[in-house]
Ligand binder design. Structure first.
Ligand code: NDP
Length: 341
């Protein structure tokens, strides 16, 4: 039974990757920051071929040496752990360095201690593809051929969104540079999703602890859209189950090696999410805004169109049949019902 290392197993996307890996019969070693994060995962999968190991900070030097040296028989690695939140005060040390050093320390440790690894899949992002200057340009189509032109310095001094995007760009670049320079015994595939929505499979104590990209669903459920629908941001999305499937297919399919995958299902806007949730949960009507509630600037899909996207490589090479927004939105709300505020 092939053995996979999954970093950041307590995360939103990683919980779905873990689920799928175990369903497909893999033995999994997953890393989380603490015992508190480890125990709900162990409890969820009694009897599974699963080891939960502690790596408190992926940004620490050689953070992954110990767990990988203890598992030299690994076949694959899924590296998902990276900060995706805006609670930091210093972008360089709390965001950029963990993202980049976390990635290189996994790759270095694999090259050194686990010679049987055939492929490493890294969770990158559309953030590593996009160009901020063109985010409202309907004549610009983005694909895997594009790289975010922002500099590391932009990440240190820019807005919170810019800093996060730059952390993803430089982390992914570091991975491609590593395989180009070191020529290790494994190859690389990277997954570049835009905003990921979908049901929560990881342990959540409260809605306040919701992952960043699902935050809007918690807010909708808590009545925070009653007066106004918030801005959408970038109008591209993907369901977490498709993002997770992309990770596992990119690991299994030989032809995925050496490729980036822009895994997007297509367009969304927040009013479409509201409509989908109203239709699926008539009993919540009293809590939800009226369908014609006003939208903040950027809440509704732009009349002149949004950026173009080319998801053909992910569709064709990974064989993904994209989950529609309406199903994703309804399943997300269902997964959050009953979790305390
Ligand atoms: P989560 O915040 O749920 O998951 C992030 C994971 O990384 C958590 O397990 C977190 O642990 C761990 N982590 C973060 N910083 C550190 C650190 N310094 N040391 C150890 N562990 C750390 O977010 P997602 O599941 O959404 O994100 C997973 C990956 O997907 C990330 O690489 C993110 O950039 C990428 N991504 C996400 C998108 C989205 O819309 N959700 C879109 C595109 C890419 P803990 O919770 O304990 O802090």
């Amino acid at each position: 039974m092939p053995k996979v290392l999954l970093t950041g197993g307590s995360g939103f996307i990683a919980a779905h990757v873990l689920d799928l890996l175990l369903k497909r019969g893999y033995e999994v070693v997953t890393t989380v920051r603490s015992e508190t994060k480890a125990s709900p995962i162990r409890a969820k999968y009694p009897g599974a071929k699963l080891t939960v190991a502690i790596v408190p900070d992926i940004g620490a030097p050689d953070a992954f040496n110990s767990v990988i040296a203890s598992n030299p028989d690994l076949d694959y690695v899924q590296h998902t752990a990276s900060p995706f939140h805006y609670h930091w005060t210093d972008a360089r040390t709390e965001l950029l360095e963990p993202a980049v050093n976390g990635t290189t320390s996994v790759l270095r440790a694999v090259a050194k201690h686990a010679p049987s690894v055939k492929r490493v899949v890294v969770t990158s992002s559309f953030a590593a593809i996009l160009s901020e200057a063109d985010l409202a340009n309907p004549h610009r189509t983005f694909s895997e051929a594009d790289w975010n032109p922002s500099s590391y310095e932009d990440g240190v001094t820019g807005s919170a969104a810019t800093s996060y995007r730059v952390s993803k760009k430089f982390a992914e670049k570091a991975a491609w540079d590593f395989v180009a320079t070191e020529k290790p015994g494994f190859d690389l595939a990277t997954i570049c999703p835009p905003l990921v929505f979908g049901p929560v499979a990881h342990h959540l104590d409260s809605l306040a602890a919701i992952n960043t990209s699902n935050g809007r669903f918690a807010e909708l459920l808590q009545g925070k859209w009653k007066e106004e629908i918030p801005a959408a941001g970038v109008f591209l999305w993907v369901d977490v189950r498709d993002a997770a499937l992309a990770h596992v297919e990119a690991m299994e399919r030989p032809e995925a090696g050496g490729k980036r995958f822009f895994t997007t299902a297509g367009y969304y806007d927040n009013r479409r999410i509201l409509k989908a949730v109203r239709a699926a949960f008539p009993e919540l009507a009293g809590q939800l805004p009226a369908e014609d509630v006003r939208g903040a600037p950027g809440a509704d899909f732009p009349a002149g169109g949004s950026i173009g996207f080319d998801n053909s490589r992910a569709t064709n090479v990974l064989g993904i049949d994209w989950i529609p927004l309406e199903k994703s939105a309804a399943d997300t709300i269902k997964s959050l019902q009953g979790i305390p505020a």
